[in-house]
Design a protein around this ligand. Sequence first.
Ligand code: SF4
Length: 304
Amino acid sequence: MQIIFGPVNSRRFGKSLGIDLSPSKKQCNFDCLYCELAPAPTVDAYDEVVSVEEIMKALNNTLGEHQDIDALTVTANGEPTLYHHLSELMDEINKVKGTIKTLILSNAANIHEPSIQEALQKFDTVKLSLDCATPRCLKRLDRAHKSIDVEEIKSGMLSFKAKFSKPLIIEILFVKGVNDGEEEIEALNKYLLMLKPTRIDIGTIDRPPAYYVEPLAYEALRKISLKFDANLPIYIASRKTVIGEPSAYSREDILETIKKRPLTLADIEVLFDSASKIRLKKLIDEKKIEIENCAGYDFFVKNT
Ligand code: SF4
């Protein structure tokens, strides 16, 4: 039973460790079509619970071996907020973590519950999934436990955001033919304009899914990103399925493209040919475009 995994090195987070709150089996209130774990019946509570003491012992051992950890991600084979002692565990982690940043990845299904909100407040960054803004989509894509209501998720996120002053990131995973239609994107856009998260990561299936579903190409994700309001800080997180070649962008094209939707360095790598990258650098030197950091990612934005 492996509770701690890593460390892994990344340019953005530095050296990070993961904590798996459900190391023995999948325990989740969703059974998403795209899940990288095998299909499993949904649950509304863990029946196999690791103690806080056991987790802290494993964490302290690993922190003793690696004294240069920058980040700690709390996750699970399933949904970490279903872990009964999350708040208590965070109290213990916060006593020993020093300058290490903590992050949780949650499907937000129970975010309306005050006890869950209290536990999430104890993290430095909270990342919540929101693949669907309508009940039909939640049922079809996330195959949520019967007790879960998308309106409760949405109102719960709003009440949590009102109290949480640290970075709140929303993750939307798009699946071809399931949640990439106009109606769902419009509903997500309308809601996200109210929520105003720190950043919105949009992605698609990167690993073999639990059920037969298909990913979207990078270009389709880019089209989707343009359907959202230009003021929403959208980051395209999946780049595995690029089909097009980099193109030539004039100075005007660059300014217009960035005005519609700020781009990251990773977007530039996919979209711009080498001459366009030189034009972009010139626009930065002329201060027509500037770089803005949004919860860890640099975005090229038009200088106003
Ligand atoms: S919420 Fe995460 S763990 Fe649960 S079914 Fe969906 S993808 Fe899998």
